[in-house]
Design a protein around this ligand. Structure first.
Ligand SMILES: [Zn+2]
Ligand SMILES: [Zn+2]
Length: 323
């Protein structure tokens, strides 16, 4: 599977686009997949005189011709740029074609390389074995996995495991169990430190698996829309607060709020979300593994930091210092 791409998909919701590609991790012999999320702000390139027409672009996805302009809704990789040049070249005067090709390439390169900055890449790494039901072995396993992941190249990485915190019978330590389900956000209450590598229980029999994916995406959707212009939940236009509330953006259709703030403890800026928490029946179990799952559930999978519900209101925990 090393060279083949078994997933190549392009999704979009409002102005957001999402691209899924596979990524082989040789150190683990695992086929992972990478999700890139970005807010669509098309790159418009003046291509007057190069004969760019809708007809010629028909086989290319995510690019359009508008008058003298080429409008790119996605990043064209080098192979696509070359393919586009090969498509256009036959119509160029033969004595100028070589120079035009190089100038055209430069135009694309300049525009598209500026466009690179807004991609938010998340690597999802399916780990096919259950995590050991032993605190030290589980810790070592996660540590070894993390060391082999390309964490620098991605905003975040998630180890996807079939083990759920409530299924461990030998591990009783709440902090250890909270490490088995973490989105990488710090929380002093649970002993989880900030990390760009999370651990998510994902399996077919667990309906929450899907909701965990959506939460991973929500975090990147908010991060890729710095002005918080569009509601990531329902797609409506967000409304910016006035005066002292200018850090607050609210959706008047669904009530979702995105708030930029600064931690009073560590001074780092972060963004959190506030909304009406879902009605969930209170979990009776005292088992720490169940509490981890319950806490995730009661926040309705719309939080992008750790948070606690106090008198029906969602209060964030700083994802950096956990306070
Ligand atoms: Zn909304
Ligand atoms: Zn902090």
């Amino acid at each position: 599977m090393e060279e083949s791409r078994f997933v190549t998909s392009d999704y979009h919701f409002k102005d957001w686009r999402l691209d899924v590609t596979d990524e082989y991790i040789p150190e683990l012999d695992v086929n992972a997949f990478k999700i890139s999320v970005w807010k669509e702000e098309p790159v418009v390139i003046n291509v007057a005189g190069y004969g760019v027409t809708g007809e010629k672009l028909r086989e290319f996805q995510g690019i359009e011709a508008k008058g003298d302009f080429l409008v790119c809704f996605k990043r064209m990789d080098n192979a696509e740029q070359e393919a586009l040049i090969r498509k256009l070249k036959p119509a160029w005067p033969s004595n100028k074609a070589k120079r035009m090709a190089s100038e055209f390439k430069q135009k694309l390169y300049a525009a598209i390389s500026n466009y690179e900055n807004d991609y938010h890449d998340v690597l999802l790494v399916p780990w096919k074995y259950p995590l050991p039901d032993n605190i030290e072995e589980a810790r070592q396993t996660l540590l070894q996995l993390k060391e082999k992941l390309p964490l620098k190249e991605n905003e975040k990485a998630f180890i996807l495991t079939i083990s759920r915190p409530n299924e461990f019978t030998s591990i009783k330590d709440p902090a250890a169990l909270n490490q088995m389900l973490t989105y990488g956000w710090a929380d002093e209450n649970t002993g989880v430190k900030q990390s760009n590598c999370g651990v998510l229980p994902i399996c077919l029999g667990d309906i929450n698996s899907y909701r965990r994916y959506t939460k991973v995406l929500l975090e990147q959707m908010v991060a890729s829309d710095k002005k918080h212009e569009t509601c990531p939940i329902c797609g409506s236009t967000m409304n910016k607060g006035q005066g002292n509330n200018s850090n607050l953006n609210q959706c008047w259709s669904c009530g979702f709020q995105i708030i930029d703030t600064q931690c009073s403890n560590c001074g780092k800026e972060f963004t959190f979300t506030r909304y009406a928490p879902p009605k969930v029946s209170v979990m009776q179990s005292d088992l720490p593994g169940f509490k981890t799952i319950f806490h995730e559930n009661e926040l309705g999978y719309k939080n992008i930091t750790e948070a606690y519900i106090v008198n029906g209101q969602i209060n964030p925990i700083c994802p950096c210092c956990g306070r």
